[in-house]
Ligand binder design. Structure first.
Ligand code: GLY
Length: 332
């Protein structure tokens, strides 16, 4: 199954095969075995990859894939696990609030057809990723914001929930004593959750969900819900998603850039490194903030790279749910 799909996806001409009536079956067979030999050991699908150490999320996405469901179902269910984790202070309930004490959530989702849905500045709703999916599937729009997004969610049956936990309220009250605004690098080894999945058919989807920058200005929206910045999927090529300081990802349209670089022939790793390089080039002050990218291509090869040490990813593939430290730039 995997082999057949890979052959469909690979460009046969890459392997020197003239596709046409003159091609003998034996030549094709030989080339198939050559293709299998050059497949990297870590390639293949189904697979799930996510930013940060989120084993419960990737395990849930994997479980959904094992049921034979789509990559889209997998990323939604996987992201929902972190959104419901009240102890995580950068996603969903328990997220650190803005400077006025309001928890505001951003999320987006993208499917194999290249459809996209997002919510920005959503309050009082536990699962922005699911609202984003509803925007994509049940409306003629792609982004809903603020009150309108909340009203839409409620009309779709989502419950109103107080997202500000005691721990996050306490942290905000502590922050108010100085009101010092500074991005926190590798916040609690966790930040925006971006997830990419490939299902058994080799189709790719992705999701991205966050409470955004802690103590941000009211109304601030980051990269996570913006197509091409926090997430981009092209099912012919691959997908990419981002974590870290959204402003820098937005200015370089990072996830779209990575997918385009893969389209031009770069590996996921090379593409992630180049996207981080673009940020570093335009920011002499890159030492003060973190950005991390993950990417996957159509073969299930993955890449991950960040500016600084401390970025981890979680990958579920071949029955193994692994936390892996990302390589990083951080040249002193
Ligand atoms: N990457 C999340 C944010 O900056 O909002």
């Amino acid at each position: 199954m995997k082999r057949r799909k890979f052959i469909q996806n690979a460009s046969l001409s890459t392997f020197g095969i003239a596709v046409g009536s003159s091609v003998f079956a034996s030549e094709i067979k030989k080339s198939i075995s050559e293709v299998n030999e050059i497949l990297p050991k870590n390639a293949g699908y189904p697979m799930v990859i996510a930013t940060w150490n989120v084993n419960d999320s990737t395990a849930e996405a994997w479980r959904v894939l094992q049921e034979g469901k789509s990559a889209l179902d997998a990323v939604e269910k996987g992201c929902m696990i972190e959104e419901a984790n009240a102890e995580g202070q950068s996603v969903g309930i328990g997220g650190l609030p803005d400077r006025d004490g309001n928890v505001t959530l951003d999320a987006c989702i993208m499917n194999k057809e290249g459809d996209y849905g997002a919510v920005v500045y959503l309050q009082n709703i536990m699962h922005p990723i699911s609202v984003a999916r509803k925007v994509m599937e049940d409306t003629t729009h792609v982004i809903l914001a603020g009150k309108g997004a909340e009203q839409f969610a409620i009309s779709e049956g989502f419950e109103k929930t107080n997202l500000l936990t005691e721990a996050s309220k306490k942290a905000w009250e502590e922050w108010k004593k100085t009101s010092k605004y500074k991005p926190i690098i590798n916040i609690e080894n966790h930040d925006t959750i971006g997830m990419l999945a490939i299902d058994k058919n080799g189709d790719i989807s992705g999701g991205c969900t966050t409470s955004g920058l802690a103590y941000k200005m009211a109304g601030r929206v980051g990269d996570s819900p913006i197509i091409g910045s926090g997430l981009f999927i092209d099912n012919q090529v691959g997908g990419a998603t981002a974590t870290g300081l959204g402003e820098e990802v937005l200015k370089t349209v990072g996830s779209f850039l990575i997918v385009e670089l893969m389209r031009q022939g770069k590996t996921p790793q090379e593409a992630c490194e180049e996207a981080i390089g673009r940020i570093i080039k335009k920011n002499p002050d890159f030492k003060d903030f973190q950005v991390g990218y993950i990417a996957v291509n159509k073969k299930g090869e993955t890449g991950y790279y960040s500016i600084h040490d401390g970025f981890w990813i979680t990958k579920y593939q071949n029955e193994k749910n692994e936390n892996i430290p990302s390589s990083f730039y951080d040249k002193k």
